[in-house]
Design a protein around this ligand. Structure first.
Ligand SMILES: Cc1cc2nc3c(=O)[nH]c(=O)nc-3n(C[C@H](O)[C@H](O)[C@H](O)COP(=O)(O)O)c2cc1C
Length: 332
C-alpha cells in the first residue's frame, strides 16, 4: 500500500482491507478513508451514492457503518482496542466516523472468528435448502443486532411473512417499471472480471420458479438463467433502527454487519431483499407491519446455501489517503 507510511501501518492496512469487504448497495463501495498516526477517518463518497435507489444516502450510510464495524473487528483481532466517534464534525456530515487507535486489548476466540468471517461473508442470492435455521442461531442473529443498538425482527408468523412478500412484489414491480431505477441498476451490473465495483453477473441468483413466495432483485443479464425453486419456508427478518437520522443509520450499518457475520460464523448464508425499504410507500407499510415504531432499514433472508462467489472491491490504496490537518487545527 503506497498511501500509508504511519508507524501503525501494520494495524491500519489490514483494517482497511477488512473495511472494503463490507457489503454495499449494488457494490458501489461509497467510502473513502483518511489515515493519521493513531486514527482512521471514514468518509462518505457522495459520487457513489445511488441517486435513484438511495437518493438520501441512507443505504450508503448503512454500508459505511458495516465498513466501520469491519475496522473495529480487524483492530480487535490484532490486539488493539479502538474508540469510534460517529459523525464527529457537525460541519462536515460526510465525515462519518473517526476510529481512534487505543491500547492493547485481550483477543477472544470470537474476535478472531468474526475478523476471519469478514473475508468470506457473501451475499448469497441462490436458493437455500429447506433445512431450518435452529433456534440458537436465530437467537444469536437477534442478539447481534441489539448489541449494536438496532433491532432484528424475525418474521415467524405466516401472515407477517405473506404481507412482507406482498410488499416485496409491489416494490419490485414499481422499481421494474421505473426506467431511471433500471438504468441505474444496469450501470452497476458488471460483466465478470471487468470492473472492481458493481454486481458481477456471477453473483446474481436464478429467477425463482413460479409459485415461490419471495421476489429477489433481478440483475440485468440474468434473464437467460433457468428459473429454480427457492426454499419453501424462508427465514426473513427486518433490521430496524429506533430513529432514522444519519447517526442511527450508521449504527444500524454496524448492526447489519454484526448480524451478517454472526450468520457467516455459524454457516448461515444471507441475502438482501431491499426493495420494500427503498420505495417510500412500501417502507411505510413495512413500518406498520412492525407495529409502527421502528424504522425499517434492511430486509434479510437467511438459510443454508451453497457457496456464493466473491464480488470485487477497489483496493484500499485506491480509496485511502493520508489525513490532512483541518484548517482550524493548524491555528491551534
Ligand atoms: C444497504 C444494502 C442494500 C442491499 N440491497 C440488496 C438487494 O436488494 N438485493 C440484492 O441482491 N443485494 C443487495 N445488497 C447486497 C449488495 O449488492 C452486495 O453487498 C454487494 O454486491 C457486494 O457483494 P457481497 O455482499 O457479496 O460482498 C445490498 C447491500 C446493502 C449494504
Amino acid at each position: 500500500m503506497t498511501a500509508i507510511h504511519t508507524r501503525t501501518a501494520n494495524l491500519v492496512v489490514p483494517a482497511l482491507e477488512a473495511a472494503v469487504r463490507a457489503p454495499s448497495p449494488h457494490n458501489t463501495q461509497p467510502w473513502r478513508f483518511e489515515v493519521g498516526e493513531d486514527r482512521i477517518d471514514v468518509h462518505l463518497d457522495p459520487g457513489r451514492v445511488l441517486t435513484v435507489a438511495d437518493a438520501d444516502g441512507r443505504e450508503a450510510r448503512l454500508a459505511c457503518g458495516a465498513a466501520i464495524l469491519n475496522i473495529q473487528l480487524a483492530l480487535r483481532a490484532a490486539g488493539r482496542a479502538c474508540a469510534v466517534h460517529l459523525l464527529p464534525d457537525r460541519a462536515r456530515p460526510a465525515h462519518l466516523a473517526t476510529v481512534w487507535l487505543q491500547g492493547p486489548c485481550q483477543v477472544t476466540p470470537e474476535d478472531r472468528a468474526f475478523a476471519r468471517a469478514v473475508g468470506f461473508r457473501r451475499s448469497n442470492r441462490r436458493p437455500f435448502t429447506d433445512r431450518p435455521v435452529p433456534p440458537w442461531i436465530r437467537h444469536a442473529l437477534v442478539r447481534a443486532a441489539s448489541l449494536e443498538g438496532a433491532s432484528l425482527v424475525l418474521l415467524d408468523r405466516p401472515a407477517d411473512l405473506d404481507e412482507l412478500a406482498a410488499l416485496l412484489r409491489r416494490a419490485e414491480h414499481l422499481q421494474a417499471e421505473d426506467p431511471a431505477f433500471q438504468e441505474e441498476l444496469r450501470r452497476w451490473t458488471a460483466e465478470n472480471g471487468h470492473r472492481d465495483d458493481g454486481v458481477p453477473l456471477s453473483a446474481g441468483g436464478p429467477r425463482p420458479a413460479p409459485g415461490g413466495l419471495l421476489t429477489l432483485r433481478q440483475y440485468p443479464g440474468g434473464e437467460e438463467r433457468p428459473a429454480r425453486p427457492f426454499e419453501s419456508d424462508p427465514l426473513v427478518a427486518v433490521l430496524s433502527s429506533f430513529t432514522d437520522v444519519p447517526l442511527a443509520q450508521l449504527r444500524t450499518g454496524q448492526a447489519l454487519q454484526r448480524v451478517l457475520l454472526t450468520g457467516t460464523t455459524a454457516g448461515v448464508s444471507a441475502s438482501f431483499l431491499s426493495q420494500p425499504v427503498e420505495v417510500g410507500a412500501t417502507r411505510d407499510a413495512l413500518r406498520d407491519l412492525l407495529g409502527g415504531e421502528a424504522c425499517p432499514q434492511a430486509v434479510l433472508r437467511f438459510g443454508y446455501g451453497f457457496a456464493a462467489p466473491a464480488t470485487p472491491r477497489r483496493r484500499p490504496e485506491c480509496v485511502t489517503r493520508p489525513r490532512r490537518r483541518q484548517p482550524e487545527e493548524a491555528t491551534r
